[in-house]
Ligand binder design. Structure first.
Ligand code: DLL
Length: 435
């Protein structure tokens, strides 16, 4: 059962009509309020009146991260600052941060989207929610806080870090829902095991994880180690944070909050729209936000979309698990490689822990990939011969599945830095001019 069945179960035709109205309103709104969009629409020769179907969205220009950086901090803001009640920001890994301003109405919509996420994950007002996403400029902490509060849960805003305290509070308060990145969930599970706490015997039953790519096998690993259902949240600062898409009890793709976000898939090279089912770059238009409604934002996330009846009753479009980001894609011997593919394969090897990183190096003109993965304590301790054997086994498994040769180094337990937020999986050691 959904939280808001009027929208979440709306017949598709009616939903599309609703989206079209909101798209027209938003395009007119930004054309009037934001010089950046006015200029771009003029250059593209498009006006709000020209949009008569959802397909017409393809005539609108794209917005990219660099546009947000160029317009930093408030150049894309469509309301006077006195109407902005909050600003979040994301630092990213390079360059200037990007900002996400909200009106009071935007915040209310965000809360609604997050309540839907919690409810679909199985949370109810009687739940005790431990929110271990970083609180602050990052949208994870406050976004989940609002959602859990909006649903009427008891919120414990632990923020990220201080892992031992997370475990103590989880036990003492009897948390039933944990919210954090999947890599931090793994860090918590591991520390609890070291401290002799069996999370599986605690009241914890649901995790709502997101903010970074994670593979299906990683979900399984976390479910097994914590004895919970690992549910998912997807979103990005540019669109207001988490709450863009979420999975339901079917755990079969993430429902996009379609009354708020228009999703498209485009070919990342040609930028041509791709039909449902085809894998490409996810592009979003925010349909109801007013402080910074973004038009055709290229997320760099790779996935595909599906429109199909779901066991949960929601009619919302589904996106498959994010496969990876275009900027995390490596080309090894001509093969496109995403960290999540390597992760899935590593999790099939019983001698290793799910802790790894990928180092990219240059050999001649070619990129080379070295994978460092932690051996299980007894495997690593068994000596060099055993380690060599496991390294060979992993390299053969990856070669057999993906057709690429990689160097594998079995590293000692705890070698890889543990994540409290977004895990760093790829270390680019190539000289700057080759990146
Ligand atoms: O990570 C918002 C968020 C917070 C989402 C908490 C879910 C939970 P940013 O820091 O702007 O915002 O990063 C956005 O993170 O473009 C994806 O590449 C990645 N990402 C977010 N959720 C998922 C997910 C938040 N479920 C970027 N699966 C996005 C894969 C995800 N990648």
């Amino acid at each position: 059962m959904p939280w808001n069945d009027e929208f979440e179960c709306m017949p598709v035709e009616k939903l599309e009509q609703f989206k079209l109205e909101k798209l027209k309103e938003t395009v007119a709104w930004v054309a009037e309020k934001v010089p950046f969009y006015r200029k771009k629409f003029e250059e593209a020769g498009i006006r709000a009146e020209d949009i008569t179907s959802l397909e017409d969205a393809a005539k609108l220009p794209f917005t990219i991260k660099e546009d947000l950086r160029d317009e930093y901090p408030f150049g894309l803001c469509a309301v006077p600052l006195k109407d902005v009640v909050r600003v979040h920001a994301s630092s990213g890994t390079t360059g200037k941060p990007i900002t996400g301003p909200y009106t009071a109405d935007d915040l209310a919509q965000w809360t609604e989207c997050m309540v839907r996420n919690f409810y679909a994950a199985g949370a109810r007002p009687e739940d005790i929610v431990q929110n271990a996403y970083g609180h602050g400029l990052f949208t994870g902490g406050l976004g989940f806080h609002q959602g859990a509060t909006g649903l009427g849960c008891t919120v414990v805003p632990t923020s990220a870090g201080l892992t031992e305290r997370q475990i103590t509070l989880m036990k003492d308060f009897g948390a039933t829902v944990l919210c954090c990145t999947p890599s931090y969930a793994l860090t918590i599970a591991e520390r609890a095991e070291e401290l002799g706490t069996d999370i599986r015997s605690l009241p914890l039953k649901i995790g709502i994880f997101g903010a970074e790519p994670w593979s299906g096998p990683m979900r399984q690993e976390i479910e097994d180690r914590m004895g919970i259902k690992a549910m998912e949240a997807y979103g990005l600062t540019e669109l207001g944070g988490p709450g863009v898409a979420f999975d339901c009890e079917a755990q079969d793709g993430l429902h996009i909050n379609e009354d708020h976000y228009l999703a498209e898939i485009v070919d990342p090279q040609t930028l041509e729209p791709l039909p449902l089912g085809e894998k490409g770059e996810l592009v979003f238009t925010a349909l109801q936000r007013r402080a910074m409604p973004i038009i055709r934002y290229r997320t760099k996330d790779i996935t595909s979309l599906r429109r199909e009846p779901c066991a949960c009753g929601r009619t919302f479009l589904k996106m498959n698990k994010v496969f990876g980001r275009t900027d995390d894609m490596l080309i090894i011997s001509g093969v496109n490689v995403f960290p999540s593919q390597i992760e899935s394969l590593l999790l099939e090897i019983e001698e290793v822990e799910p802790q790894y990183r990928m180092l990219i190096r240059k050999k001649g003109y070619l990129d080379q990939l070295k994978i460092q993965v932690e051996g299980k304590t007894d495997v690593y301790a068994a000596g060099e011969k055993k380690r060599f054997e496991v390294e060979g086994k992993i390299a053969a498994h990856i070669r057999g599945s993906m057709g690429i040769s990689v160097e594998v180094e079995l590293v000692e337990p705890k070698f890889i830095a543990r994540s409290e937020g977004k895990a760093l999986r790829v270390v680019d050691e190539r000289p700057k001019q080759f990146r």
